[in-house]
Design a protein around this ligand. Structure first.
Ligand SMILES: NC(=O)c1ccc[n+]([C@@H]2O[C@H](COP(=O)([O-])OP(=O)(O)OC[C@H]3O[C@@H](n4cnc5c(N)ncnc54)[C@H](O)[C@@H]3O)[C@@H](O)[C@H]2O)c1
Length: 264
């Protein structure tokens, strides 16, 4: 068993996060450090290229690709771009996602659809496109879905986000059991509150009603007082490890990486 990903090809969605801060860029770094070639996909072309350029500067193999994962055709093009560029596909990290704190009665149909498309359908589309390529490999493949603590319980995150992340648990387990005998693993990683632009930027990005404000405050209290916030590399290094053959018997697992939050 080896931690090397030499010769392996990966896609990471949401790869354009800020240097040293986002989990997405950290996943790219971790995979590159192990020798993988990585397609860095993000809806923000400039930040995706920033990540890829940083990797190339360090001697790694990386290309950027602009893909909005809420668009089925972008997701299909992303998978074909990875295979076209690097000749194969071994690892798919469905990382891009975003949450909100809208409660049941504040959630309109549009917001509900957005949450499900961004956090669930995107991973379905990408996995469906990736698996046929992985089945061609002698070494199989691995799909790693970034879920959330909100995928493990009905905590007071927004209802659409919570429902979508619970759906992602089901998608993960179903892919894992379907392809276990054909060399493809599928794993879900559930970050707790992690210091990244997502939660810090969340409050200004949404219109905060009383119930949302209360939920955000509760989240901050839990993270600040009960448990410390995670650091992006504490998530991305775990995801990088799960992609290696050393983790070959980990399949269908839904792994909390939250400092103990969901053990409460
Ligand atoms: N940060 C947390 O506290 C936390 C907690 C639980 C789960 N998560 C999950 O982690 C993931 C995000 O990680 P992060 O918080 O480190 O963010 P991040 O810093 O890795 O950035 C997310 C990236 O996703 C990109 N993105 C957003 N929407 C996209 C789309 N439609 N198509 C393509 N790219 C898109 C953004 O441009 C950004 O570069 C999400 O799946 C989120 O649900 C985060």
């Amino acid at each position: 068993m080896t931690n090397s990903l030499d010769g392996r090809v990966a896609i990471v969605t949401g790869a354009g996060s800020l240097p040293g801060r986002g989990i997405g860029r950290g996943i790219v770094q971790s995979l590159c450090d192990k020798g993988a070639s990585v397609l860095c996909a993000d809806k923000d072309e400039a930040t995706a290229e920033d990540t890829a350029a940083e990797m190339r500067k360090a001697g790694h193999s990386a290309k950027s690709f602009r893909a909005d994962v809420t668009l089925k055709e972008d997701v299909a093009a992303m998978v074909e771009a990875a295979v076209g560029e690097f000749g194969r596909l071994d690892i798919l990290c469905n990382h891009a996602g975003f949450g909100s704190f809208y409660a049941l009665t504040e959630t309109d149909d549009e917001h509900w659809d957005t949450m499900l498309t961004l956090n669930l359908s995107s991973a379905f589309w990408a996995s469906r496109a990736a698996v046929p390529h992985m089945l061609k490999n002698d070494t199989g493949g691995v799909i790693i879905n970034t879920i959330s603590s909100a995928g493990m319980g009905g905590a007071r995150a927004g209802i659409g986000y919570t429902a979508a992340k619970h759906g992602l648990v089901g998608l993960t387990r179903s892919i894992a059991t379907t392809y276990a005998t054909r060399g493809i693993r599928c794993i879900g990683v559930c970050p707790g509150y992690t210091r990244s632009p997502l939660p810090e930027g969340m409050k200004p990005q949404i219109q905060v009603s009383d119930s949302q404000d209360e939920a955000v405050q509760l989240l901050h209290q839990l993270a600040d007082l009960s448990f410390r916030q995670g650091k992006p590399h504490e998530l991305s290094e775990v995801i990088g490890f799960l992609a290696t053959d050393t983790a070959s018997f980990i399949n269908g697992a839904i792994l909390p990486v939250d400092g103990g939050w969901t053990a409460l």
